[in-house]
Design a protein around this ligand. Structure first.
Ligand SMILES: Cc1cc2nc3c(=O)[nH]c(=O)nc-3n(C[C@H](O)[C@H](O)[C@H](O)COP(=O)(O)O)c2cc1C
Length: 240
């Protein structure tokens, strides 16, 4: 009976010991595999993040220095540094599209001529003789105000002027623009978009206002003109 008690105690001690040893092993294995997977997550998530951060910091300056990178600013061209400026007015976006393709292709600065008072669709109703556009175009002396200005006009040797055809002419806001700066010694050329009218003599009032500049032949584009078509004209001007 005494031997049986000793055997039972011994057996209980062995079982306790082996149980403790077993638990210790499991904890070690689990914690080591948790560490591995934690490292894996850290590595996996760190490497791409670092890469994409590097990419961002490399591409960001290139993007912001491109002519179309920053938002439209009424106070100055979108980029600074070129000797060619593309300055345009666009009421419904067609001329803007052409101007952007032109500036991008030439590496030129881009400036939007923004009216102090934006044109509403009623203002642009050419079927209404009392609409703002009709009234302005019926008055050769109308000079709609411009919001903002080109601060560094002296930087540019070449200014390309873009506008929509309104009743066969450049909108009067283009007269406001051309009369706001000294273009003498610069080379100028106009481009326009229209529904169907040709370029005609749409730049004649602008030429008169800046008669000490060198004027090159202008051109009319459709609203769907391609970058190739636009650049074919620009590259033929001999300005770059
Ligand atoms: C007031 C007004 C007058 C227009 N007159 C003519 C015109 O005489 N001949 C023509 O072909 N298109 C005319 N159009 C159409 C525009 O020239 C054409 O839609 C142009 O591409 C618009 O350019 P934008 O989107 O840059 O403003 C006229 C448009 C407006 C609003």
């Amino acid at each position: 009976m005494k031997m049986k008690k000793i055997f039972t105690i011994l057996l209980a001690a062995i079982m306790l010991f082996s149980l403790a040893a077993c638990q210790g092993g499991t904890t070690e294995t689990e914690s080591s595999s948790n560490t591995d997977s934690a490292q894996n997550i850290t590595e996996e998530s760190t490497v791409p993040e670092t890469d994409s951060l590097e990419e961002t910091s490399e591409t960001e300056p290139a993007e912001t220095s491109g002519p179309e990178a920053s938002g439209q600013e009424a106070s100055g061209p979108e980029t600074e540094g070129s000797r060619i400026l593309v300055a345009y007015f666009s009421a419904t976006g067609n001329t803007e599209g052409a101007a952007q393709k032109l500036a991008e292709g030439l590496g030129a600065d881009l400036y939007e001529i923004v009216p102090e008072i934006p044109y509403t669709s009623e203002d642009l109703n050419y079927s209404d003789s009392s609409s703002r556009s009709s009234v302005e175009m019926n008055d050769p002396d109308a000079r709609p105000g411009i919001s903002g200005a080109v601060e560094n006009m002296e930087q540019y040797d070449v200014v390309l002027l873009g506008y929509p055809i309104w009743w066969g002419e450049a909108p009067r806001i283009m007269n406001t623009f051309i009369e706001s700066y000294d273009f003498s010694g610069k080379t100028l050329a106009a481009f326009c978009t229209s529904a169907s009218s040709g370029f005609g003599r749409s730049d004649s009032a602008l030429r008169e206002a800046a008669d000490s500049s060198t004027w090159l032949d202008g051109i009319r584009f459709s609203s769907s003109a391609s970058a190739e078509e636009i650049l074919e004209w620009a590259n033929g001007l001999g300005i770059n």
